[in-house]
Design a protein around this ligand. Sequence first.
Ligand code: AMP
Length: 282
Amino acid sequence: MKVLSTITEMQTEMIKHKASGKTIGFVPTMGFLHEGHLTLLKKARKENDIVVLSIFVNPLQFGPNEDFSTYPRDFDRDRKLAEKENADYLFYPSVEEMYPQKSSVTVTVHERTDVLCGKSRPGHFDGVATVLTKLFHIVMPTNAYFGKKDAQQVAVVEGLIKDFHFPIVLVPVDIVREEDGLAKSSRNINLLPAERVQAASLSRSLKLAQSAIEQGERNPLNISAMIKEMIENETDAAVDYIEIYSYPQLQPLEILKGTIIIAMAVKFTKVRLIDNVIMTID
Ligand code: AMP
């Protein structure tokens, strides 16, 4: 596996592979790899000639009071894990490499950002779309792998690829969970021990909601109330949002029908966690 940290080296290698007709699978991450990331890597490995993993904690997508400085990082461990998964390239640029001067052009996301994390993290998806535009030009992937844990991100990136005519196929990958149901996340390490136990309530409440829907509940307000009650009873976390929309359009619903997303964000002492379920109702 080659570890590259400059854009020029990366582009030179990718142009060479493209010219020889190789497919390139790309897994963009912020590092501190876990089983979720590795599942994306494994899928990319199966489906492409060349696999590229990027690790870049992108300052542009963090708000002023968010966890950019405390975001967990462990490059040596990540490098070993990527090597074990047979990645061909690990792209690991510095902030200065990616943003050498104040940007004269950035990307603004206009749709699907007035809800969920877009609403509670203003500017977050502009930062995501801007860095992905750069990374797509650097890596030139055939297929790009994204986790459904960040379901709004998947919807936003679909829009980015379509609107900017990137010749890239977005491959969404199911959420990978711990044994107790907690969605794997680099941020879980910042949960206090008692909070780690409580955090299983997020997925439990989504399961409860899902079975209520399966038993015929169609009112989104009743579903969000049910989730809120469970989170408030079982955890010390503050609910940031519990929202239900059509997916991937992210439009509000009066009655649950078609493909929907039930998504939540909750704040523990040092960490904000998200989770969701996407389901289709006849
Ligand atoms: P991150 O490093 O958190 O930016 O995540 C990089 C990629 O891994 C994103 O596409 C995430 O959606 C995906 N990812 C993170 N956690 C999980 C998980 N538990 N299951 C599946 N994909 C995940």
